[in-house]
Design a protein around this ligand. Structure first.
Ligand code: SAM
Length: 231
């Protein structure tokens, strides 16, 4: 699967994908990541990519021309692009979106800067728009990286053990149960004793109970939905 980051600051993004699981997936050609900088496409003689807002308002907006030319360039050598703009003015990205988008051939992630992007570009070029939460970032790069990471984990072969995808939070209405590793006792705190006894059906029941408690406490919205879905 291919990702293209459209960003004025590719150097903010590239380091993240050079190591660990995703770095390995890139080396093994399961993923590819490239970058396009709208500044390389501007026809402005001073290399500008932003301008004041029409109608007033504080701050600058990214102008259409550099971004549109960047997107046309990407589309010209890739027939199956799926273009996503990152913006707070959108539905929040979820695990279901990550799984759905992992089946796309080429996802293009467009990061805004300044006070955002001229709306006409979004209207004409977005296949989808996503927010990553109810807060304002200085730019879309972090949000693009969040999507790329979450989508990539669901691409076939990227995770060494794909079983781990099945039991994670958000795969069911419940958050994941607490997990433990060695040592059995750490600073006088023991691992939940039932986990040590090897009775797998008891461990499964216990984990479900703990997952219910965690979900009810941290995410009452998911808990209520899970109860409603079971009825
Ligand atoms: N003026 C915009 C507003 O109030 O909706 C905020 C612009 S923000 C300072 C600049 C860029 O950061 C946006 O164009 C977007 O790409 C990105 N951004 C900021 N917060 C975001 C969020 N919660 N989710 C996704 N992208 C975000």
């Amino acid at each position: 699967m291919r990702f293209t980051f459209v960003t004025l600051f590719p150097e903010l993004v590239s380091g993240y994908f050079s190591g660990s699981i995703l770095g390995r997936a890139i080396e093994e050609h399961k993923l590819s990541i490239d970058y396009q900088n709208p500044r390389d496409f501007t026809t402005d003689k001073h290399n500008k990519v932003d301008a004041p807002m029409i109608g007033g308002g504080a701050g600058m907006l990214m102008t259409p021309q550099p971004l549109v030319d960047t997107l046309k360039h990407i589309q010209s050598d890739s027939p199956n692009t799926h273009i996503i703009f990152l913006t707070p003015v959108a539905k929040q990205f979820t695990q279901n979106d990550a799984k759905r988008l992992a089946k796309k051939e080429h996802v293009v992630l467009v990061s805004g800067r300044y006070e955002g992007i001229d709306e006409r570009v979004i209207e004409h070029y977005a296949d989808e728009v996503f927010s990553i939460g109810d807060y304002i970032l200085t730019g879309g790069e972090l949000a693009s990286m969040v999507l790329c990471d979450a989508i990539s984990r669901n691409v076939d072969g990227v995770l060494g053990n794909s079983d781990s995808l099945q039991v994670e939070s958000f795969e069911s209405p419940l958050l994941e149960a607490p997990s433990f590793t060695k040592p059995m006792i750490y600073e006088n705190n023991e691992v939940v004793s039932e986990f040590l006894k090897g009775n797998h059906s008891k461990i499964t029941d216990l984990k479900k109970g703990l997952a219910l408690c965690k979900t009810k406490y941290f995410r009452p919205d998911l808990y209520k939905k899970g109860i409603a879905d079971e009825k």
